[in-house]
Design a protein around this ligand. Structure first.
Ligand SMILES: Cc1cc2nc3c(=O)[nH]c(=O)nc-3n(C[C@H](O)[C@H](O)[C@H](O)COP(=O)(O)OP(=O)(O)OC[C@H]3O[C@@H](n4cnc5c(N)ncnc54)[C@H](O)[C@@H]3O)c2cc1C
Length: 403
């Protein structure tokens, strides 16, 4: 019999187990993990660099912010950095507030967590997927054989199932009588049937995006946009998808991209007029090379129904206006997303109304806690989701150890 079993050796689970054991070293704490190794998904984060937090990770950045607020403020970014420092891992912060391990390697984060589990004497059982859980009032039985007085479910959501989080945590919660709000993929690439967009594949811009469900503007995103053979990728597109995720199946959605955020429409026009007076016979396909990759400029010229080889001084006033409009407001209709297979995070999950927002203990089953993506809390790109995983892991671990 263990005092605490943590199910899932991902971001929130390892931190929960370490926090529980640090708070009360006499407890027998175990982690059970379905994958062969601890922290597999962490290795893939931040393109292998692990963007582990963000100095702006405050509750208003999150879905279900009121639920997340207490945990995020009690176990904030500073506490997280202190936690990692105390496990021998140091961090650096980039100009945009993103926090990375000083080694620039996600493997260091996993190593630090693993070594800390070993140092504290936490039992780590790998290669064992748990499919059933029972509670008899005094203790829990997991997979028919592991017994524990308390259980912290840290199984993640459904995003990126090849790294272990296949949604089985939701099934375990249902077995214990919890409600699950329908999980949907979030922070994932957007698909579009727009042939011009697809023809830009491989090209990147730093742009600003306005996000629309039907005609209603529902949010904004900005940063890198990568055009692909299926639609849009890059951080700004993934953030836009997260804002759109609950509308995608029901409404006609689109994004309007400002491809040249550095200049106003008038600023672009003024510069275009300069080019026309300097080099009036230049072919129209080259009109925008000073602002955008040539292929994108060419695509916009095509959208304005101007032929590639028209000399730029023959483009009509109306079409010049149209070209400037397209630079600032290029609308792309969205057909969907690349799904859970490619998603970074899950929207939906354990109904937050059934958990105590200070301790993360279930209000239905005493001694049961949930953390991380299993709960219906998610944030944008930039370290926000791992911060929620660490914060919720610390909260559940501490409360499970002390109560
Ligand atoms: C490619 C990618 C890149 C990302 N990059 C970033 C980033 O740079 N910054 C950031 O903040 N966020 C990033 N994220 C999101 C972040 O990784 C997750 O939000 C975070 O890992 C969630 O932590 P968690 O503990 O809830 O779940 P997870 O880390 O998914 O851990 C859950 C664990 O539980 C195990 N498990 C599940 N079910 C069972 C079961 N039934 N029995 C036993 N074990 C089970 C799984 O194998 C897994 O190890 C990224 C996600 C992906 C997919």
């Amino acid at each position: 019999m263990f005092d605490i079993i943590v199910l899932g050796a991902g971001a929130s689970g390892t931190v929960a187990a370490i926090t529980a054991k640090r708070n009360n070293p006499s407890l027998r704490v175990a982690i059970i993990e379905s994958m062969p190794v601890l922290g597999k998904k962490i290795l893939a984060t931040g393109n292998g660099r692990c963007n582990l937090s963000n100095i702006n990770a405050l509750s208003h950045e999150y879905h279900n912010k009121d639920f997340a607020a207490n945990v995020l403020s009690r176990y904030d970014v500073k506490k997280t950095v202190d936690f990692f420092n105390s496990a021998g891992l140091y961090t650096v912060t980039d100009d945009e507030g993103r926090i990375y391990p000083m080694s620039n390697s996600a493997a260091s984060v996993v190593d630090a967590l693993r070594f800390e589990c070993e140092r504290l004497g936490i039992t780590v059982i790998t290669d064992e997927k748990i499919s059933n859980i029972k509670n008899n009032g005094d203790f829990f039985i997991l997979g028919g054989r592991h017994r524990a007085k308390k259980v912290i479910l840290a199984c993640g959501g459904k995003a990126s199932p090849s790294q272990g989080s296949d949604g089985s945590g939701f099934e375990l919660l249902k077995q214990l009588g919890h409600k699950i709000s329908s999980p949907i993929p979030a922070l994932v690439q957007l698909t579009s049937d727009n042939k011009i967009v697809r023809s830009f594949k491989g090209l990147r811009v730093k742009g600003k995006i306005k996000i629309f469900a039907e005609s209603e503007e529902i949010g904004k995103a900005e940063g890198e946009i990568l055009f692909t053979e299926y639609g849009l990728s890059g951080i700004a597109s993934m953030d836009a998808q997260r804002i759109l995720c609950s509308y995608l199946s029901e409404k006609k959605c689109s994004v309007v991209i400002d491809l040249v955020p550095e200049f106003t429409k008038e600023g672009i026009r003024q510069r275009i007029d300069n080019i026309i007076s300097l080099n009036p016979n230049l072919k129209s396909e080259n009109l925008l090379i000073g602002f955008l990759p040539k292929k994108i400029g060419k695509g916009l010229i095509k959208c304005a129904y101007v032929k590639d080889n028209t000399p730029i001084n023959e483009i009509s006033e109306e079409n010049l206006q149209k070209i400037c409009d397209l630079c600032k407001s290029f609308r792309v209709y969205i057909s969907g997303s690349k799904g859970f297979e490619n998603a970074q995070v899950t929207r939906g999950g354990a109904d937050i109304n059934e958990f105590n927002k200070d301790t993360l203990e279930s209000l239905k089953v005493k001694g049961l806690y949930a953390t991380g993506e299993l709960l219906d809390v998610d944030g944008g790109c930039g370290g926000f989701n791992l911060q929620w995983a660490w914060s919720s892991g610390m909260a559940a671990g501490k409360n499970a150890a002390n109560n």
